[in-house]
Design a protein around this ligand. Structure first.
Ligand code: AHR
Length: 484
């Protein structure tokens, strides 16, 4: 039994739509094959971008896309990825499997992707192996409106007008693959590099993001905030859900019951991480100006048999749907600090929205959570008074029609009866549910709709109280229209 009480006076603040952000790296088949298929491909595409993926992703209103990495970002030299495709350098992707990177997907193709998706840009610069000049010139290339060496080069490559870059990351995981730096050293480099990232468009200044801590490295956060907070708009945090130790990745399918719970528990750690990192940030930034940017999160499981282990291709089950719902609820609890989050990664890598196999494409249970939660984007998070069952997670937002409630019961056997006290007269209730009947229920290329949302009607209500019976292994959303 769970109980939720809504009071309009108790609000947490606006849920930034950017919390529903995505990430796509030059890793495995995330870009190549998953999104980019070349303009002359037999797979239906517009300007090289596969149409089925774009259609599916537009339906979840991707607000922002982080690119080109990840680890790859700290090896990426952007100038390799501009100009005629057949003249671009072929390089080795040293981060992910040593495969050939032909650079056919570069800056211009990224902005074409954003245009087709209707998403904002989050470009991650190379601090690990690139120079200040290179990073500075990339920003000039993308955003300067006028005559300059980089703006002229952009025009010569077919794009006269500048693009709009909303977010810019200065390095990735600089404590690890991005340079194995100590926080003091990175903080100084961050201060230096960001100095030369000019906001050429005064109306839209760059939102600069420092490379933040790995999971619970509170020392990194403390040093960065102490030394560089005035120079940043955001600082990143990475945390992946693991069912066991990092070195012992567990299967995505056919896993035992204890791994259902261990993976979910690992995802739930996000709450503690955000709370503790926020406490440190509050010391140096009590006004909460600097955003905590969770730009890598999701489940990290064993790769599927027969696939290149460096490509991080994993299946996605109803358990991943639980993780997505629970984690998004956590972000919505912390809207005062979490200004953006980017699930890893959008297609074919880690906890993906979409999986592809040649011309075939399927939507994952995680995709459906992003679709079902659309009404939370940019709504007002409510600070509800809750007494929740041990396996129930909930979040409530307010919109112009009333309230949007999402509930997740990650218990394996028992339904949870959730009673919700509303502060205004209930008019209508419309429900949707994503449900599993076995722990590893998933979609595959032969059964693309084994997990898909269905109408949810197990509710009753009187004027001010709503009761919903939430089955085990399910996520339910309720749009409740109210008197005002
Ligand atoms: O998302 C996969 C990788 O995980 C990223 O490249 C890196 O930043 C992190 O370690």
């Amino acid at each position: 039994m769970s109980h939720i009480s809504i009071n309009r006076q108790r609000q947490r603040g606006k849920i930034s739509k950017y919390i529903y952000g995505q990430f796509s790296e030059h890793l495995g088949r995330s870009i190549y094959g998953g999104l980019w298929v070349e303009p002359n491909s037999e797979i239906p595409n517009v300007n090289g971008l596969r149409s089925d993926a774009i259609t599916a992703l537009k339906a979840i209103k991707v607000p922002v896309l982080r690119w080109p990495g990840g680890c790859f970002a700290d090896t990426y030299h952007w100038a390799d990825g501009i100009g005629p495709a057949n003249k671009r350098k072929k390089i080795v992707n040293t981060s992910w499997g040593g495969v050939v990177e032909n650079n056919h997907f570069g800056t211009h193709e990224y902005f074409e992707l954003l245009k087709q998706l209707g998403a904002d840009a989050y470009v991650n610069g190379n601090l690990g192996s690139g120079t200040v000049q290179e990073m500075s010139e990339w920003v000039e290339y993308m955003t300067f409106n006028g005559t300059s060496p980089m703006a002229d080069l952009r025009a010569a490559n077919g794009r006269k007008d500048p693009w709009h870059v909303k977010f810019f990351g200065v390095g990735n995981e600089s404590w690890g693959g991005g340079g194995n730096m100590r926080p003091e050293y990175y903080a100084d480099l961050y201060r230096q590099y960001q100095t030369f990232l000019n906001s050429y468009d005064a109306d839209h200044p760059l939102y600069k993001i420092a490379s933040g801590p790995n999971v619970d490295d509170y020392h990194w956060m403390d040093v960065l905030m102490k030394s560089a907070a005035p120079y940043m708009d955001g600082i990143s945090l990475h945390h992946y859900a693991l069912a066991s130790a990092w070195e012992d990745k567990r299967p995505a399918l056919a896993f035992p019951e204890n791994e259902w719970f261990s993976l979910i528990k690992s995802a739930q750690k996000m709450d503690e991480l955000i709370t503790k990192h926020s406490t440190i940030m509050d010391k140096y930034d009590p006004q909460k100006r600097v955003g905590l940017i969770v730009d890598e999160w999701g489940s990290w499981l064993r790769t599927e048999k027969g696939t290149n282990p460096a490509f991080l291709y994993q299946q996605n089950t109803i358990r991943d749907a639980m993780i997505a719902a629970i984690t998004l609820h956590i972000f919505q609890k912390h809207v005062d600090r979490v200004q953006m989050a980017n699930i890893a990664q959008m297609v074919n890598v880690l906890q993906a929205m979409l999986l592809t196999d040649g011309p075939k494409l399927i939507k994952t249970p995680t995709y459906y959570i992003f679709k079902m939660f659309l009404k939370h984007q940019d709504a007002l998070a409510m600070d509800t008074l809750d007494t929740l069952a041990e396996t129930t997670s909930a979040s409530v937002s307010k919109n112009q029609d009333g309230y949007f409630i999402s509930l997740c019961n990650y218990g394996l056997t028992a339904a949870d009866t959730v009673t919700i006290d509303m502060d205004s007269t209930i008019h209508t209730v419309a429900g949707e549910m994503l449900r599993g009947t076995q722990m590893d229920q998933h979609n595959d290329f032969d059964h693309p709709d084994a997990v898909a949302p269905e109408k949810f009607t197990a509710t009753t209500h009187d004027s001010h109280q709503l009761t919903a019976k939430i089955p085990p292994m399910s996520v339910v959303t309720l749009q409740v229209t109210t008197e005002n």
